[in-house]
Design a protein around this ligand. Sequence first.
Ligand SMILES: NC(=O)c1ccc[n+]([C@@H]2O[C@H](COP(=O)([O-])OP(=O)(O)OC[C@H]3O[C@@H](n4cnc5c(N)ncnc54)[C@H](OP(=O)(O)O)[C@@H]3O)[C@@H](O)[C@H]2O)c1
Length: 264
Amino acid sequence: MDLELTGRVALVTGGSRGLGLATARRLRDEGATVHLCGRDAGAGRAALDELGAGTGWSTCDVADDAAVAAMVSDVLGRHGRLDVVVNNAGRFGGGPLAGIDDAGWRDGFDTKVLGATHTVRHARDALIASGRGRVVNVSGVTAALAVPNVAVTGVANAALIALTAYQAQDLRAHGATVNCVVPGYTTSGVWQDRIDARAAADGTDGPTARAAILAERGFGAGARWGTPDELAAVVAFLASGPASYVSGATLRVDGAQLPAVSHP
Ligand SMILES: NC(=O)c1ccc[n+]([C@@H]2O[C@H](COP(=O)([O-])OP(=O)(O)OC[C@H]3O[C@@H](n4cnc5c(N)ncnc54)[C@H](OP(=O)(O)O)[C@@H]3O)[C@@H](O)[C@H]2O)c1
């Protein structure tokens, strides 16, 4: 299927590694011009080295509204358009619930919920001018599954699902869609590190460590880890022309890891 991304410009937040980098790679392969951001300039340089000429970078904390405004302005200055925003920036964790202070809660919310608010705020006119604006928000399974030490991320992920619906309503009269993907456990950089650490601690190998981590979370036999490329393929579809009548939707991308009924 032609995703009709040739000539489109896409911004991927948290694009320096993991799911964001895989998404950027996929969007580029589909013909889009991609601009990435993250807080670590060195990681950004490495991502650009991999993705090659034409890819842009901003060292930008999405929690900082002024920095996001400057980044969007930079993208528009370079390309004159912005068609796709992927709000992927986020981090895992929070620590034990009783120990999370207000700064910790705000940090999680500022990255995931305000971050996605900032990008859409500043990209809104461009997304409308595109005539085919696309926003994809990246939530996570912790929105629906209480995992130890992950309350900040989980509550922010749940809020991002709700924000998606409001953003979709705001933009629906302008031909722009807003959707949310909910990855299950996926072998991105952070999780790959944990899998490696678990295998080393248990004296086992990667597949055994991956299975142990899922089993501890009660996913049962047959559950498997997703790959960044599998998540990126779904994001690319939601960013595409053919996805024009999908908006306000929340889509689990977890290979049925979570034994839950998805409601429309
Ligand atoms: N991997 C999974 O199993 C999984 C499951 C469910 C949901 N998710 C979600 O998927 C997204 C990507 O996860 P991942 O596993 O790929 O994580 P990752 O490997 O840790 O990558 C996170 C990316 O976000 C960037 N980032 C973090 N905070 C930022 C901020 N305030 N401003 C700008 N960039 C920021 C990071 O760069 P810097 O740190 O340099 O800024 C990095 O590029 C996250 O939103 C995560 O919650 C992942």
